[in-house]
Design a protein around this ligand. Structure first.
Ligand code: FES
Length: 145
């Protein structure tokens, strides 16, 4: 982790002790996303019963901020309904971590997109239409737009 950047204590905590790392063998939905800016990759597994995310696990091949945001997003959506989980934005994840340095905000996008991708997979497996906007963001150089 880049020691000169001003990371919050919460970021450091989730980086050194990430929650919900691993796989769910009988997952209801799996999402894999890559960050085109840096090449980092995140995979998220969801176990959904009824409308509730009863379990969530992730694996991240990425920077410390990606690890911390994935860990935080799993804590924020576990036990939530799908509808409420979809309201968890990358900004909310970054805020819950006490903020991220601006150059690391793009890392939090990976966490939000992995969640949405896993939910999309869940709906596809059910043979149902995806009931939310598939807002994949774009990049201009290093910036997410
Ligand atoms: S530098 Fe790649 S996700 Fe952070």
């Amino acid at each position: 982790m880049d020691a000169q950047l001003p990371y919050s204590e919460k970021v450091m905590d989730h980086f050194t002790n990430p929650r919900n790392v691993g796989e769910i063998p009988d997952a209801s939905g799996i999402g894999t996303v890559g960050n085109p800016v840096c090449g980092d990759v995140m995979k998220m597994y969801l176990k959904i019963e009824g409308d509730i995310i009863v379990d969530v696990k992730f694996k991240t091949f990425g920077c410390g901020a990606a690890l911390a945001t994935s860990s935080m997003v799993t804590e924020m959506v576990k036990g939530k309904s799908i509808e409420d989980a979809l309201k968890v934005t990358n900004k909310a994840v970054a805020e819950a971590l006490g903020g991220l340095p601006p150059v690391k905000m793009h890392c939090s996008v990976l966490a939000e997109e992995a969640l949405r991708s896993a939910l999309k997979d869940y709906y596809k497996r059910q043979g149902l239409p995806v009931p939310f906007d598939d807002k994949e963001h774009k990049h201009e150089g290093e910036k997410c737009v």
